[in-house]
Design a protein around this ligand. Sequence first.
Ligand code: NDP
Length: 251
Amino acid sequence: MTHTIPGNYNPAPDLLAGKTILVTGAGDGIGRAAALSFASHGATVVLLGRTVAKLESVYDEIELAGGPQAAIFPMDLAVAGGEQCAELATAMTDTFGALDGLLHNASVLGERRPIESSTYAGWQEVMQVNVNAQFLLTRHLLPLLRAAPSASIVLTSSGVGRKGRAFWGAYAVSKFATEGFMQVLADELENTSEVRVNSLNPGATNTAMRRTAYPSETPTDNPAPADIMPAYLYLMGDDSKGVNGQALSVR
Ligand code: NDP
């Protein structure tokens, strides 16, 4: 059955109290807003990203707002392998014992040019960060997600991950792969665990990535990351229990 996110979703202030949620790419853009929003609704947030100073600034902001103490896990997804993901899983097991939410948000845009003139190095970097790292992290964190009473995995898609478009190259293909990964995993977990898996297209949002992809746009014509958080909260909180295998959109 096709599901949509309730348009007027109004999360309870303590929606995520007691939950531990890991956000990739938590230092900037949508990931940063998600980390702050999850913490302000009671979650202990694990901030994963490649630029430690940005993660520290999110950590400080959560502390200043009186949210649960966050954790920082620096990881460059362009080079991370199974060993580093296994280390993360061990650290998470020792510290938290379970994981209630995993937001795969970090991505790179890569080259915006025709396939014919795309470089293999550019292609590989996008696939590594947007697809391979997502697999590795999920693979190693699944036992922790299974250990939670009801866990949610959210994978970040895009309009070009649902309909291909010229000059979006590896990025579009990586988002199609993300949708495929979501479908396979959701089908595997259906009826066998309390872990739900869905993809979410945030739509045009005023971030560094969007400004790079569309330099001629007026950035403030698009919603700010904070404006689209109800959809993220809905998917992370128990109000979306039972929603599985869905390709969802913020708008
Ligand atoms: P940003 O470029 O603003 O932020 C991306 C985040 O991912 C940053 O925190 C960045 O870290 C992190 N990141 C990038 N590469 C790596 C890496 N190798 N290792 C670890 N972290 C990394 O993007 P958005 O916030 O706009 O995008 C968030 C998600 O939403 C992405 O999946 C994107 O594809 C998707 N999306 C965005 C849309 C939009 O209009 N903004 C529309 C459709 C989809 P650092 O800050 O250190 O570089």
